[in-house]
Design a protein around this ligand. Structure first.
Ligand SMILES: C[S@@+](CC[C@H](N)C(=O)[O-])C[C@H]1O[C@@H](n2cnc3c(N)ncnc32)[C@H](O)[C@@H]1O
Length: 290
C-alpha cells in the first residue's frame, strides 16, 4: 500500500469517527475538552483585534472562548476535517450570537489559507491526529505574521496505560485487558503512531525549532475532568479513543469492565457530588522565528 493511500484511509477513519461522535461530543455528563480549551486560551492569550486559526476546532472548546477575547475587531477561523463537527459548532456559534467566527471543513494538515494571515494558530488535542504533524507545524509557521504564535495541547503519554487515560485507570484497566486490542493499537504502537515526538520535550522542542519556531514552552498540567456519574463516564468513553478498546473486548470482559469503572468512579465522588479525575495535559506554546 503506498503512503498516500494509507494516509487517505487513516483520515477517512478519523473523519468518520468524529462525524459519528459530533452529536454528543463532550456533552454526556463529562467535561474535559471544555476546561482544557479554556486553559489553552489562557495560555495562548489572544489579544483584541487579532486573527486566530483553530485547527481541528471540534465544537469550539478553544475557538469560542478565544473569540470572546479577540473582541468585535478580531476574527477567528475554525477548521475541522469532520463536517458534522463544523455543523454542530456552527449551531453553537449562532446560538451564542457570535459573528466574528468563520468555520470551514478543511484538512488541517494542509490548510489552504494565505501565508502571513494569522496572529495565532491554536489546536487542542488535534495535532496528534495529523500523520505528518511536523510538516504541518512548518505550514502553520508560514501562515503566521511576524511575531505570531502557536499554542496547542496534547496528551501526556504515560507508559503502561491506555493512551489518553491517566494512570489512575490502571486499577480498573489492567494491561492484560489491552491484549485484546489489535496489534496496531497496543499502547506501544499507538504511542509511536500518535507521534512519539510529542512525548519527549526535547524532541518536541526540536520539531518546533525545525518548523520555524523559537521560545518553545512546554508545560504539563492537570485538567480537572468531571463526570456526573461513573455510568456517564463509561458512555462518554465510547465516543473517545477508548472506543477502540470497547470494540474489541469480549462481551463478558466488557461487562466486567463497565461494572469496575462505574463502581470505581462513583466511589471518587467529591463533596460536591461530582467525580473529579486529574488528567495530565501538555500545553505547548512557541513564537514564529521572524
Ligand atoms: C479530540 S478532538 C478535539 C476537538 C477540539 N479541539 C476540542 O478541544 O474539543 C480532535 C478534532 O480534530 C479533528 N481532526 C482530526 N484530524 C484532522 C485533520 N486532518 N484536519 C482537521 N481536523 C482534524 C477531529 O475531527 C476532531 O474534531
Amino acid at each position: 500500500m503506498d503512503t498516500a493511500t494509507a494516509t487517505d484511509i487513516y483520515k477517512t477513519k478519523v473523519t468518520a469517527a468524529f462525524n459519528g461522535a459530533a452529536a454528543t461530543y463532550d456533552r454526556l455528563g463529562v467535561e474535559f475538552f471544555t476546561p482544557m480549551g479554556r486553559r489553552l486560551v489562557e495560555r495562548a492569550a489572544p489579544r483584541p483585534g487579532q486573527r486566530l486559526l483553530d485547527v481541528g476546532c471540534g465544537l469550539g472548546a478553544t475557538l469560542l472562548p478565544a473569540a470572546r477575547l479577540l473582541g468585535p475587531q478580531g476574527s477567528a477561523l475554525g477548521i475541522d476535517i469532520a463536517e458534522a463537527m463544523i455543523e454542530q459548532a456552527g449551531r453553537e456559534i449562532e446560538r451564542q450570537g457570535i459573528d466574528t467566527v468563520e468555520l470551514r471543513v478543511m484538512d488541517g494538515e494542509h490548510p489552504d489559507l494565505p501565508e502571513r494571515s494569522f496572529d495565532l494558530v491554536v489546536g487542542s488535542y488535534s495535532v496528534i491526529f495529523l500523520p505528518d504533524a511536523r510538516g504541518a507545524l512548518a505550514r502553520y509557521a508560514r501562515l503566521l505574521r511576524d511575531g505570531g504564535r502557536i499554542a496547542f495541547t496534547s496528551p501526556v503519554f504515560s507508559q503502561d496505560t491506555f493512551p489518553f487515560l491517566p494512570p489512575l485507570f490502571t486499577r480498573w484497566i489492567p494491561l492484560s485487558l489491552l491484549e485484546h486490542l489489535p496489534a496496531a493499537w497496543h499502547p506501544e504502537r499507538l504511542r509511536e503512531q500518535l507521534h512519539s515526538w510529542l512525548e519527549d520535550p526535547a524532541d518536541l522542542t526540536a520539531a518546533l525549532r525545525t518548523a520555524g519556531f523559537r521560545d518553545v514552552e512546554i508545560t504539563d498540567e492537570s485538567v480537572d475532568m468531571t463526570a456526573v456519574s461513573g455510568a456517564d463516564w463509561v458512555t462518554w468513553s465510547h465516543t473517545q479513543g477508548m472506543r477502540l478498546l470497547w470494540q474489541h473486548l469480549p462481551e463478558d470482559e466488557a461487562a466486567a469492565l463497565r461494572t469496575r469503572l462505574t463502581e470505581g468512579l462513583d466511589a471518587l465522588r467529591g463533596d460536591d457530588g461530582v467525580i473529579h479525575i486529574d488528567v495530565p495535559v501538555r500545553y505547548v506554546t512557541a513564537t514564529v522565528d521572524r
